[in-house]
Write a protein that binds this ligand. Structure first.
Ligand SMILES: Nc1ncnc2c1ncn2[C@@H]1O[C@H](COP(=O)(O)OP(=O)(O)OP(=O)(O)O)[C@@H](O)[C@H]1O
Length: 348
């Protein structure tokens, strides 16, 4: 049984800095191979409702994650993971959620007690699910050759034509290198799946960030919205003619998915559909609500009471589509009256 010399408690949205410099670090380790600021620990809420614990290495000598060397990158720490400062302390990550006992979301992926690993090419794909989208499932993955964790996005394919289309787009995106664009490192294909290995985002998603951490309730202040928007537009400006991308806000390592949008032409340096999506994101950041999708969704009660829930969902979708087509956006209510600068922008 190792000696436990200290326990570091990590609280949501309150980073802990570990290193040798007492003025810059909240947890000081004096060993010679430890850098002034060695690494930073974060706890943020995940889009699925759980908590993401991450460690950003900023050191000269790196850290060991379960015996693997990790350098100058951010990693996600799972329950039971061990990370070690070079020739120094070993930390075991234990997830204890001291918040409400209820599950925060019905869709929270419950990690298996014994994580399973699967080899795909040179990558070790873990059973830890980072999230699911309409077309793909994303798993936490190790890239042993490059000493880093990555995200593996697996898309199930049915037809060869689908594979060709997705791969064409992926190959174009792989040529893009920009600090505000989520990098695609590699791909692997087999008869059933295309696996895309992506830069790992450890800071959660923008929507969860807006709705969980902002002092203004469900929205963020104009200055921060401006800063995030600046980075988003820089990423979009670089990507110009590509149809899907995850713009990455580097400072927070947040990811933003493109929203569905009208058709595009090639006249602008940023595609019209991307401008439209960016406008929607700015609206959400400033107001805390969606400009078009703000109708209440049918509750599960409607199923119990025998109502046709598919029909109710379809009705809401039709209303949302109509609002988009007629640019029916509300600017007269709170908070728009107080947002002087924000009023210069309008989604039309
Ligand atoms: N690079 C990444 N790092 C960490 N988590 C990721 C990464 N990419 C995706 N995820 C997680 O996986 C989820 C699903 O991602 P995916 O790209 O398949 O769908 P989406 O873009 O969120 O949704 P949709 O495809 O339905 O529009 C995301 O919501 C996110 O929580």
């Amino acid at each position: 049984m190792p000696n436990i010399i200290a326990v570091i408690h990590l609280t949501l949205n309150k980073p802990i800095v570990i290193g040798r410099n007492p003025e810059l670090c909240s947890y000081v380790v004096t060993d010679a191979l430890v850098s002034g600021v060695h690494c930073k620990l974060y706890a943020v809420r995940s889009p699925c409702g759980g908590i993401i614990i991450s460690c950003q290495d900023v050191s000269r000598n790196g850290i060991l994650l379960n015996g693997q060397c990790i350098r100058k990158t951010s990693i996600i720490l799972m329950d039971g993971d061990m990370f070690q400062l070079p020739n120094s302390l070993v930390f075991t990550c234990i997830h204890i959620w001291l918040g409400s006992a209820e599950k925060l979301s019905l869709f929270e992926p419950t990690p298996p007690l014994q994580p399973i690993h699967k080899r795909i090419g040179k990558y070790v794909v873990t059973s830890q699910c980072l999230g699911t989208g309409s077309f793909a499932t994303v798993h936490l993955t190790l890239d042993p050759d490059n000493h880093r964790q990555v995200a593996c996005k697996s898309i199930r394919t049915k037809r060869d034509s689908e594979v060709g289309q997705v791969m064409k787009e992926v190959r174009i995106l792989m040529t893009l290198k920009h600090p505000n664009i989520n990098e695609i490192y590699d791909t692997e294909e087999n008869k059933k799946f295309i696996h895309i290995f992506l830069q790992l985002c450890t800071g959660g998603d923008l929507f969860t960030y807006i709705t969980n951490y902002s002092a203004e309730g469900n929205r963020i202040c104009e200055a921060e919205a401006k800063y995030i928007m600046y980075q988003l537009l820089k990423g979009l400006n670089r990507k110009t003619s590509f149809s899907t991308v995850q713009a990455l806000i580097l400072a927070f390592s947040l990811q933003i998915s493109d929203l569905p949008a009208p058709t595009r032409t090639r006249k602008h340096s940023i595609m019209p559909s991307d401008c439209w999506s960016a406008g929607v994101i700015l609206y959400i950041m400033l107001s805390g609500s969606h400009p078009f999708d703000n109708e209440p969704r049918p509750s599960s009660c409607s199923v119990i009471w025998g109502e046709n829930s598919h029909q109710s969902y379809a009705n809401v979708d039709i209303k949302v589509k109509q609002k988009i087509i007629y640019a029916d956006v509300e600017y007269h209510q709170d908070p728009w009256k107080e947002l002087e600068d924000g009023m210069y922008f309008k989604i039309q």
